[in-house]
Design a protein around this ligand. Structure first.
Ligand SMILES: Cc1cc2nc3c(=O)[nH]c(=O)nc-3n(C[C@H](O)[C@H](O)[C@H](O)COP(=O)(O)OP(=O)(O)OC[C@H]3O[C@@H](n4cnc5c(N)ncnc54)[C@H](O)[C@@H]3O)c2cc1C
Length: 402
């Protein structure tokens, strides 16, 4: 899959990029992780705290999958609103999911602070505003539900939005304690820590074939004719997991984003900002005072069509930003178009399939991919180490709808 095109910002922020060898011998391990992006890195990081023998392989350079274009707003509220999730999954399960996401943000913070590299994890509040007066009711309903379940949120009416921001919105939810980070630095940091704990990491190593043995092991073969024998497998190949196993609840679309030049002025508390329209605009700032502004998603799954629109989308994103912040002058120093995976029901998926014995498919798909991968990585860790996790019912692909 040709995941993305454009001029990328995160690689320019990395000063000591780690590199890893290509696999050049036949190896065995307890756990093979296919994919060394942030999802595979999160799995490797947690599993490496035990005494399992772990291998991570990536067919590209580590970190050059979707993690390179992740805009990395770290939030618990997702594309499907809380009350909408309740309609699909019921209130108990939807609340449990949101609480797990909130906890995952805390875990990302704890992990980020232990890493050898600074991945610029920073707590930020979020403003989620109604894009039109038609959506005020939705915002009110969402606010009441979040409040009822103890999330730290405040209701902003039109006047209060106007007091803090230069644009008008008829209502908004102001939520405390979301976050932002540098996803590529996080990816490298997690893997370096895992490597220090004994995890073997290989890049430019693509697994293409497998064979199941009667003794419960699986042989994988790479494009270089090397074999990896593993007892458990984690498929963390990002959106390319769909090329390995087409999960019907998942879908890929195209998304666009820009990163501006460093700026001198920002908005209230440098909040993460997004809205109720679908597709929505979203924004955040960076540690070096830039703005990341994204949106204008397209339903296309075709690379040529996605890429033919990149320059146009770049210019449109600048214009849309200026409608919200007419007094902040921006240029798009970096810009991109990328494939982006979501699920139809709004929850990430942990796939466990009869056709793939001993295997876990991590589909951390959705706008909070980094947080979802954290939630799923911990569940997979538990399943491998102890054989059980009480939240598996929320994410397994055969989950019950309401
Ligand atoms: C434009 C955009 C904006 C986003 N914004 C946000 C956001 O604000 N907040 C958020 O939380 N999430 C966001 N996401 C989602 C986030 O980027 C993803 O959740 C995350 O990067 C996925 O990481 P990953 O490791 O699963 O995938 P990847 O980074 O793609 O890593 C998977 C790796 O698997 C490797 N691989 C694939 N097949 C094989 C094979 N056969 N053998 C060996 N290796 C293989 C690939 O080379 C790749 O490096 C955004 C995504 C996009 C595209």
């Amino acid at each position: 899959m040709d995941l993305q095109s454009g001029k990328f910002y995160w690689p320019t922020t990395i000063t000591n990029k780690p590199s890893y060898p290509r696999l050049e011998e036949d190896v065995t391990c307890d756990v093979l992780i296919i994919g060394g992006g942030s999802s595979g890195a999160q799995c490797a990081y947690y599993l490496s705290e035990g005494d399992l023998d772990i291998i991570v392989v990536d067919k590209r350079e580590i970190g050059s999958g979707s993690t390179t274009t992740n805009t990395a707003l770290i939030q618990y509220s997702g594309d499907k609103m809380f009350f909408e999730l309740c309609q699909t999954f019921g209130e108990e399960r939807s609340t449990r999911h949101l609480k797990l996401c909130q906890k995952a943000i805390n875990e990302i913070e704890v992990a980020a602070k232990k890493l050898p590299t600074d991945c610029h994890f920073m707590r930020r509040d979020s403003l989620y505003f109604a894009s039109s007066s038609d959506d005020v009711e939705k915002i009110e309903k969402e606010f009441q539900l979040l409040k009822k379940h103890g999330f730290q949120v405040e209701f902003f009416n039109e006047e209060k939005v106007g007091l803090h921001y230069p644009f008008r919105a008829p209502a908004a939810i102001y939520s405390l304690n979301d976050a932002e980070l540098n996803p590529l630095a996080f990816n490298y940091g997690l893997l370096e820590k895992a490597k220090a704990n004994g995890v073997r990491i290989y890049e430019h190593t693509e697994v293409i074939r497998k064979k199941y043995e009667d003794d419960g092991t699986v042989h994988f073969f790479t494009t270089d004719q090397r074999s990896i024998t593993a007892k458990k497998i984690i498929y963390a190949a990002g959106y390319e997991n769909l090329e390995i196993n087409k999960e019907k609840n998942a879908a890929v679309t195209s998304s666009y984003a820009i990163v501006t030049q460093p700026l001198k002025e920002f908005w209230y508390n440098r909040t993460l900002i997004w809205e109720t329209a679908r597709p929505y605009f979203y924004m955040r700032t960076t540690h070096d005072d830039r703005v990341i502004f994204g949106g204008l998603d397209e339903t296309t799954e075709f690379v040529d069509r996605r890429d033919s629109m990149i320059l146009n989308k770049r210019d449109q994103l600048v214009q849309e930003f200026n409608k919200l912040f007419p007094n902040i002058e921006i240029e798009a120093e970096y810009y991109l178009g990328a494939f982006y995976g979501g699920t139809h029901d709004g929850m990430p998926i942990l796939g466990i399939y009869d056709e793939y014995p001993h295997s876990y498919f991590l589909y951390g798909y959705g706008d909070n991919g980094t947080v979802y991968s954290m939630v799923l990585a911990k569940i997979i860790r538990d399943l491998i180490v102890t054989g059980k996790n009480e939240d598996l019912d929320l994410y397994i692909q055969t989950r019950r709808l309401r």
